[in-house]
Design a protein. Sequence first.
Length: 220
Amino acid sequence: MQMKGAIGGFYKLCDWLMKLAFINLLWMVFSILGLVVLGFFPATIAMFVVIRKMLMGDFDLPVYKTFLESFKKDFFKSNLLGLILFILGYFLYVDIHLIRTTGGLLNLIYYPALLICLGFVLTVCFAFPVFVHYDLKIHQVLKSSFFIMLMNPLSTILMVIGGSAVYLLMTTVPGLIPLFSGSTLAIVIMWSAFFAFSRILRVEQAAARAGEATLIKRIK
């Protein structure tokens, strides 16, 4: 019998919190099992796969089985994405460091460089939802993430606000970090990205009716 009212709402909240804690535990354990370097990105992608399915209504899915299947299936592809993001991020970090320490005329491009870094960080935030929502190759994931970030300011703003709120919560109550840090942030990012995906779907449907080419054809 399905519970309703305040009791039903409290039960659902507790169920969500338990699942989020379990997902966060799986994320940390599988990251460590992959020696962090090889495990972080597959574990993060697996976490987003589970969170995506839950947000789309499949709340009763087998969490561990779904997580493990995604971890194995996307192990190499997600690590390739991680390697590319690491290389790009490293070059941006080196550039910013050189600009700050060199001085002179290079100071003129310091703030534009910071703006590029911000765009990179936001693109990375979109890369995980795009990876698990669409069936795309790595270069298409990066390209699509960048343009989705630019063309959907509402989703981007929601990610920034939600991510900042999660950061403040975790720093205020550090005991929550091992329980909810990754999974809560994944919910915020995935939920925010759904606003952009819904808009894209409407555009895709309109383009299909008009017989025009669509931007992103393949959806998981």
